[in-house]
Design a protein around this ligand. Sequence first.
Ligand code: 2P0
Length: 362
Amino acid sequence: MTEEFKFQLTQNLPQEFSIKASAPSNIALVKYWGKEDIQIPKNTSLSFTLSNCKTTTLLKLELKNKASDETQIQVFLDEEKTPSFIPKIQKFFHLIDPYCPYLKHYHASIHTSNTFPHSSGIASSASGMGALALCLVQIEKQLQPNLSLDDLRKKASFLARLGSGSAARSIDGGLVLWGKHQKIKESSDLFAIPFNDGVHPVFTDFQDTVLLIDRGQKQVSSSLGHSLMNGHPFAEARFAQAQDNITELQTYLASGNVKEFMRLVESEALTLHAMMMCSRPYFILMASQTLEVIHKIWNFRDETKIPVCFTLDAGANVHLLYPRKYKAEVQNWIDKNLKQHCQDKAYIHDEVGKGGEFLEIS
Ligand code: 2P0
């Protein structure tokens, strides 16, 4: 157990809480793929926090008559009862009990909504767990008002990580780093840290257009995906490469070297997919349209010299990354040349954002 994040329970718990928060999704530049229990990453990862793709959650807690009463959890997605989410939340509450001991004294109802459509192929686990964790730390702030904002955000990242690894990176804004790195003193496996100091301005306004090539359920769940790295013949080399890539990327981020940044980011995406192509069992998570789009990106970049690159999650969708300065040209090109490769011609424009927020209840 991590002493730092334990919470000293006060005697008189309020009858109820109503807390609201939002957290965005994030897109990894250096990928997290491979972990130990519980959500301890095998390598450091670095992501851009997004802005438009986010989850907003209202958490309502009501004091039980007796702490021993069974906890009732209700989950509403877009105001519709969604019992299928309950087991995941139950497991999460159980896991965080040592750090949030007040929770077991309450029944919970969780009202959540995403700005991105369910059937978009965009995972909501990072933003969802991020928003829930931000609700929980707001409760702690009410119980212990002396907690600083920094403490709260750090604990939110710690709790979010226990719900879903990449969710640790959905609390802070801009560039966010998660996982211990030998050369980065403040880095930790337990929570993510903002990584914006000394970053060249060109990387502060990056755009991310998500081309929805496949809007279906993920073919490989993240837990299966991570487990494929256990005993993978190239795992150790991959984990070491990620650590080196972080160091290399750090120099490009500082100097504003967009060309080398893009080379490294694309290489990370292809490496993630390559690891899945040569695991046992093996998977090809790109679709033919993913490859078509990648070739078009390379041609467009060659011909126009406009810096635009791709990255991929563990699926077929393509994230197009580019500086805001080129927004008009790139978005025009997407409309004319790329959207026909998307399912139902669907894509989502997003950009680097400020991170999770505590919200007022109206
Ligand atoms: C990432 N992904 O760094 C990588 C790249 C997908 C591809 O983290 O099991 O949902 O909840 O810790 O965070 C997806 O895995 O996995 C992921 P769990 P998570 O964003």
